[in-house]
Design a protein around this ligand. Structure first.
Ligand SMILES: *Cc1c(COP(=O)(O)O)cnc(C)c1O
Ligand SMILES: [Zn+2]
Length: 435
């Protein structure tokens, strides 16, 4: 087995308050992504045979395509419209949850003109979620799993956005939350995580140190009964990213995009977008045509793009140093799977400098009125770079993800401000050359 990440963690089974079988809708079992070994649904994340990561396996075979499409279209304007394809109970829409998703797919004609895209360019704007990042999707899933397994505390290691999403979801659902972040995150992310009233702990170290700490806590009595959304609930958490793929296709009129540009932190989101697209093909909800998935990183934390460009299939960890803190995972658990997907679909993995990230944030804001966080600067910047290098075909339909809100990373665009300061007189206005 060539992957690491979770493999280095011990296999853990966390005792839950009941041994009754859980009902998580179409989810049938947990299956190892490396060896295929199956275990019953539970709060476990690593294979007992090979230490590979576990993921949800489904029974979709009973679905009639047209009936499923009707059911989805008649569903709520949030991720639960796809409940038949997610590891959640059938009555999930009635439970206290932030109900994220169904965010805008913006037809970005102005940006397309600037970048020379002629085949249709769209921004999937996930800053429109309840805590202003894509993380609400994954946390919503993890929360339902936590409920099913009888956990009452939600926890996570976070690069910032996840902390806010967990804090808010726990508040809404009446769970305790205790989340861990690197101590030096952006003020906007810290406030956004703290305001919901849960416990927020800064760890002296980077994200990879925080993650290691959480893995230890999970095996310790101090963490007993805790649902760590991105550790022991990771198989459920990860499925939330499939809803991005479902929404994009449904919003395109039940059609696959030709190209999609996805940011990479741990790489989980990118791998599950691919899984979601494949499911739609298998279920007959979209026509089977080739699509390419492109991964986007910041140069200051580019372990996956470095491996991609070197032709490697292992990802060497890096020490992050970039303004794109939400993507600053130096040892990405899903890195090798991202490489597989980029290569299999004919995509690529590329990175941009901090300066290019800032330029791209401003470009998106100036052309489409969307203020992205640094991760959105990464995807837009990488899109521009991929077009220039010829890897991304401007004549094809392209979707770029914006996964977070610029209000949380104001420092990135510090220096952007007043055009002029004038006295409240017309003379002063004219003198400033603004008339
Ligand atoms: C967490 C995060 C991602 C992607 O995370 P993965 O670990 O790769 O799934 C992308 N954008 C933002 C803004 C995030 O917070
Ligand atoms: Zn295995």
């Amino acid at each position: 087995m060539r992957r690491k990440g979770l493999a280095s963690m011990a296999v853990q089974t966390v005792a839950t308050s009941s041994d009754t079988t859980v009902d998580l809708g179409p989810a049938a079992a947990l299956s190892c992504r490396e060896c295929g070994h199956r275990v019953p649904l539970g709060p476990v994340f690593a294979c007992e045979e090979c230490f590979g990561p576990l993921e949800i396996a489904y029974e979709f075979s009973a679905y009639d395509t047209e009936e499923l499409r009707r059911r989805i279209e008649a569903g709520p304007a949030n991720i639960w419209r796809y409940a038949p394809l997610l590891p959640v109970p059938a009555d999930v829409a009635g439970k206290p949850n932030l109900n994220p998703g169904w965010t805008k797919l913006v037809q970005a004609d102005n940006l397309a003109r600037e970048l020379g895209v002629t085949g249709g360019l769209y921004v999937k704007d996930d800053s429109g979620n309840p805590t202003h990042s894509f993380k609400d999707r994954v946390v919503a899933q993890a929360l339902e799993a936590a409920r099913a397994f009888g956990f009452t505390t939600l926890s996570c290691s976070s690069t910032g956005n996840l902390a806010g999403a967990v804090g808010a979801a726990a508040a809404r659902a009446g769970f305790r939350s205790c989340v861990f972040i690197p101590h030096d995150l952006e003020q906007g992310k810290v406030v956004m995580a703290a305001v919901y009233g849960g416990e927020l702990v800064g760890i002296e170290g980077n994200y990879d140190d925080v993650n290691r700490f959480c893995s230890e806590l999970i095996g310790d009595p101090a963490g007993e009964g805790w649902g760590f959304v991105n550790v022991n609930l990771r198989p459920y958490y990860a499925e939330g990213s499939k809803t991005l793929a479902y929404e994009i296709c449904e919003q395109l009129g039940w059609r696959l995009p030709d190209q999609i540009v996805v940011p990479i932190a741990s790489g989980s989101q990118l791998t599950k977008i691919d899984k979601g697209l494949q499911e739609l093909v298998k279920l007959g909800l979209v026509e089977d045509r080739p699509y390419k998935i492109f991964g986007a990183q910041a140069e200051g934390c580019s372990p996956v793009s470095t491996a991609y460009k070197a032709g490697h299939d292992v990802v060497r960890p890096q020490k992050p140093d970039t303004i794109a803190k939400s993507l600053a995972i130096g040892n990405p658990a899903d890195g090798p799977y991202v490489l597989d997907i980029a290569r299999r679909t004919g995509g690529a993995v590329e990175d941009v400098t901090d300066e290019q990230i800032v330029d791209a944030i401003k470009l998106l804001a100036r052309t489409e009125g969307i203020f992205a966080e640094t991760a959105g600067g990464v995807t837009v910047g990488v899109t521009r770079k991929l077009i220039e290098s010829g890897l991304l075909d401007p004549a094809l339909t392209t979707v770029v993800l914006n996964t977070g809100d610029g209000l949380k990373t104001l420092d990135a665009v510090a220096g952007t401000g007043l055009t002029a300061t004038i006295r409240p007189t017309l003379d002063s206005f004219r003198e400033a050359g603004l008339a």
